[in-house]
Ligand binder design. Structure first.
Ligand code: GLA
Length: 714
């Protein structure tokens, strides 16, 4: 709703309000929180005649630079004369039913019934630069999505030095911030800290969203828990370097900025051109951190992930990586696929090691870029082998096996035909050495010829045989970029490649991967409905990683595999049931081992675990997730998934260490219908009220116990 120059975006339980200040033409923020209606009392600002001008004492909707607001700005433009002052004043606005696409960038989508958009046009008359702020509200999800278009209407080039997709000033002094930090093989560890005076920042300067920090921020009231209290979630739909800043200023307001990393921007904007920022999704919940996550989950499942597999059953798979590594050929791959079929897997994925003619990929030292089958390993190409594998029937079913393949198309090993032919296709900065990581360099996807090469190579592979699954990997960060702006130019090229290939091959189930979860972000999810969550397959550590990832991302998006013991990353031995139960909390359940190498009892357990994973999969894919106990706080992490129609639920409970001479844990469920009765594992029935207020008790023996419990509404 726009009333003169006051704006109100209302969701089911959220309101977002701001207005135009008639004196300055600036936008002032009024409210982002629980519903407010009608007139609202505006912030009173006393007479200002001190160091900090009025703009520094108010809640600003799109803080520009200069003019007395000394907090961190949402936009910083360097004009040709060198000025970095802007004066972006309200000019006009429009309301659009639905949501226009974002030029060249991934974005949430929806029909006129799902979403409406307010565009506020700002103009700096001194520099002839406009900024259009687009706000889309998805009322059913209490989600507001913002992006910014900056256009140069002047006659000289300007440089966009920083641009935040989201900028919001909350009128609270006491907030805490939650982010997801990590590194390779320990992604998505929750970090919760007090918002202090000054600026607290995190982000990625790796060129990609990265394992180090995720493009997600939650602000919560200090007493907020999983199920109580106010929580705001901010999630950037972008895969490049990003920056998130939280600043508590002198007036006690808390400013949050989410957007491009200014260190990787310096975007040259010639006259007549526009820079479009990625969009930032903001959600608000009164029902704690869990409520915030559930809004993001359902929004992303229904309005972000484009794949037809977003919410459809995913085949239980077996991936060759931890079982065979680089060491395989046509026969051993077929044998492994056969083993996979015998234990009931429905999809076989051939990981790294199948390609390279002159530089065969027998280790990570060579071959990337040469996307043709290794003739020694596959003398007849892939087709006959794929045919044999897709002719296998998964045990106890009439389903034919599907075949999937690993690729890492954005990279090249210097030891490759591609690099010999096109050394200029890689990111490099003049005379500086091209530093290698994992013996590889990054192709510059900003170049149209590189985009075309990748589209053609992958199309050729997919057309060469019945391949219906692709694991798209990316195993290093960007080092020597020719300019800071290369990162975003690369992203635009990369999204073009993703969009072209996923549109051309809609029946392929695409999985993203970047040394595990190095690119677990909403930008990738637009095109790939699932992402390999981590290269750490240790089931105990996976509970932390998967529950951390679920702060912002739906469980449907997580690839999770049962791997061999002792675990390759941690050396720990955990029962096959525990390993399987943790993996089935991810939307894409799989095995990452060679069944022939397993102890007989473990191998015998696989068909039952796969059957259970298939039973719970529809609930995990489409249901609501309730994190009942977190591994950081409890010896008994527990998660409940409730199906969309509320008829079924599945509870996962784990015991981390042995419980000696102490009562057994009682797990109190959430989100059920208090009055309804639920049959628990086909036995006793209890009311939702009993299950939520008293809970169920679980006896476990020793370390590392696990249980999966099915609930059926009567
Ligand atoms: C990365 C991925 C792994 C595997 C290897 C293959 O590390 O995360 O799952 O595919 O590459 O080289």
């Amino acid at each position: 709703m726009a009333d003169g120059t006051s704006f109100a975006l209302n969701g089911k339980t959220v309101s977002y309000r701001f207005h135009v200040d008639n004196t300055t033409g600036d936008l002032y923020g009024d409210h982002f929180g629980g519903s407010v209606t009608g007139d609202i009392p505006l912030e009173s600002v006393g007479d200002v005649n001190g160091w900090v001008g009025t703009p520094g004492r108010v809640r600003r909707e799109f803080p520009d630079q200069g003019r007395g607001d000394f907090r961190i700005p949402a936009i910083r433009i360097r004009q040709s004369e060198g000025y970095t002052v802007s004066d972006l004043q309200y000019k006009s606005h429009e309301i659009i039913a639905g949501k226009p696409a974002l030029s060249g960038l991934p974005a949430t989508t929806g029909s006129k019934e799902d979403v409406s958009t307010l565009v506020v046009h700002l103009y700096d008359k001194y520099s002839d630069v406009s900024a259009d702020l687009s706000y889309s509200i998805f009322p059913n999800y209490d989600a507001i999505v913002r992006s910014v278009n900056v256009t140069n209407h002047g006659t000289a080039n300007i440089t966009i030095e920083s641009l935040a997709s989201l900028s919001v000033d909350l009128p609270f002094e006491d907030l805490e911030m939650i982010s997801l930090r990590g590194d390779w093989a320990r992604e998505a560890h929750r970090e919760r800290r007090k918002v202090e005076y000054g600026i607290q920042s995190f982000g990625s300067a790796t060129g990609y969203s990265s394992h180090l920090h995720n493009p997600f921020l939650a602000l919560v009231e200090p007493s907020a828990t999983e199920s109580h209290g106010e929580a705001w979630g901010f999630s950037l739909v972008y895969t490049g370097s990003f920056s998130i800043d939280v600043e508590k200023g002198s007036q006690g307001f808390t400013r949050a900025l989410v957007g491009f990393n200014p260190g990787h921007l310096s975007w040259n904007l010639p006259p007549g051109e526009t820079l479009t920022s990625p969009e930032c999704v903001s959600v608000y919940s009164k029902d704690g951190i869990g409520g915030m996550s559930r809004s993001l989950h359902s929004l992303y499942r229904k309005h972000l992930i484009k794949s037809k597999f977003a919410t459809s059953d995913r085949p239980a798979l077996l991936n060759s990586w931890e079982g065979l590594s680089f060491d395989y050929n046509e026969t051993s791959i077929y044998n492994l696929a056969n083993e996979a079929a015998e234990v009931g897997a429905k999809l076989f994925v051939m990981d790294d090691g199948w390609f390279g003619e002159k530089y065969p990929r027998t280790s990570d030292e060579q071959g990337l870029g040469d996307w043709v089958p290794n003739p020694d390993r596959f003398p007849n190409g892939l087709e006959p082998m794929v045919k044999n594998i897709t002719g296998l029937k998964a045990a106890n079913s009439s389903t034919n096996m599907r075949f999937g393949i690993w690729v890492e198309p954005e990279m090249v090993n210097p030891n490759s035909t591609l690099y010999n032919e096109h050394p200029d296709w890689v990111l490099h900065a003049g005379p500086y050495p091209r530093t290698e990581r994992r013996n590889q360099l990054v192709l510059n996807l900003a170049l149209p010829e590189v985009q075309e090469f990748i589209i053609k190579s992958i199309s050729d592979i997919l057309s060469s045989a019945d391949i219906t699954y692709v694991k798209w990997d990316n195993n290093r960060g960007m080092h020597e970029m020719p300019s800071p702006a290369t990162d975003h130019a690369y992203m635009l090229g990369m999204y073009h490649v993703f969009d072209t290939l996923t549109s051309k091959f809609p029946d392929v189930l695409w999985e993203g991967c970047a040394s595990g979860g190095g690119r677990f972000d909403p930008g990738v999810l637009q095109y790939f409905p699932q992402i390999w969550t981590s290269d750490d397959t240790d089931a105990v550590q996976r509970i932390t990683i998967q529950l951390g990832t679920s702060l912002a991302y739906p469980p449907s998006a997580m690839g999770a595999h049962l791997s061999a013991v002792p675990n390759q990353q941690t050396g720990r031995t955990i029962s096959v049931a525990f390993r399987g139960h943790v993996a089935m909390m991810g939307g894409s359940f799989g095995l990452e081992l060679d069944p022939a190498e397993m102890p007989a009892d473990d191998k015998a357990a696989l068909p039952g675990l796969i059957a259970l994973a298939e039973k719970v999969n529809p609930i995990v894919l489409t249901g609501e997730m309730w994190r009942l106990n977190l591994p950081e706080d409890s010896n008994w992490p527990a998660v409940l998934f409730i199906s969309e129609n509320g008829q079924q639920a599945v509870l996962f409970v784990f015991q981390l260490s042995a419980n000696i001479d102490h009562s057994w844990p009682r797990i109190r469920l959430q989100g059920l219908d208090a009055k309804a009765s639920y049959k628990v594992d086909g036995n006793a029935s209890y009311t939702g009220a009993t299950l939520m207020n008293l809970g169920l008790q679980f006896p476990f023996d020793g370390d590392l116990g696990s249980q999966v419990v099915m609930l059926e509404k009567q």
